[in-house]
Design a protein around this ligand. Structure first.
Ligand SMILES: [Zn+2]
Ligand SMILES: [Zn+2]
Length: 210
């Protein structure tokens, strides 16, 4: 439920823990940690809990690690249609609450939080040229960076502004039909016409690419 600020001030325990986000994402990293801070800051500012439906909408300007924290913490997910991804390569997120008609845009400032030594090691680690000791050191530094991001005061890591925004379109519900070629069910609006038949995109692409 999307609950207005006046009605209820969410308490810390209302939020999914960072550990749960790590479990969902598969590893702990700076991107996930900063996404975690973004999600909590936005929910606090909008006075919302984790929505079960699509009352809260998130618009991400990146498709990187942080998006998984947003999905896990805010409940805005790709499958529900209340997570919109524009991959602009920016760690910036906008959240819109349908109930209060309020929106916030959130960016992070990680200056000085991720150890500078990581920048020196990164090319070696990711090109497979690092020694075991260097990899271990890199991981140790990454953990320190994550701890610093999670512990930093909100005003240091988070820049949050209320913005005016039109309500995003609700997820559309399509009628399902069966593809006249493969017989699998497909959303009507996503079908294509091919040689007089209504076919799914998968069939259409394989028929037209050969
Ligand atoms: Zn990650
Ligand atoms: Zn088909």
């Amino acid at each position: 439920m999307c609950i207005s600020q006046q009605a209820r001030e969410p308490v810390q325990g209302d939020y999914v823990s960072y550990e749960q986000a790590v479990e969902f994402h598969g590893h702990s990293c700076g991107g996930l940690a900063s996404g975690y801070r973004v999600a909590i800051a936005a929910m606090k500012a909008l006075g919302v809990g984790r929505p079960k439906d699509e009352e809260l909408v998130a618009i991400a300007e990146t498709d990187a690690c942080g998006v998984d924290a947003i999905q896990m913490i805010t409940g805005c997910t790709a499958g529900k249609g209340n997570l919109i991804i524009h991959d602009y390569g920016k760690h910036a997120f906008t959240f819109y609450c349908r109930q209060s008609n309020k929106a916030v845009r959130v960016v992070t400032n990680l200056d000085g939080l991720m150890p500078a030594e990581m920048d020196e090691l990164r090319p070696k680690v990711f090109s497979g040229q690092a020694s075991k000791a260097e990899i271990a050191r890199y991981q140790e530094l990454a953990h320190l960076g994550v701890d610093a991001i999670l512990a930093a005061p909100e005003e240091k890591v988070i820049k949050l502004n209320f913005v005016d925004m039109q309500p995003p379109k609700k997820a559309r519900i399509f009628k399902s039909v069966s593809c006249e070629n493969c017989g699998e069910m497909v959303a009507d609006a996503k079908t294509r016409e091919h040689e007089g038949k209504r076919v799914c995109m998968t069939c259409y692409l394989s028929a037209t690419s050969s």
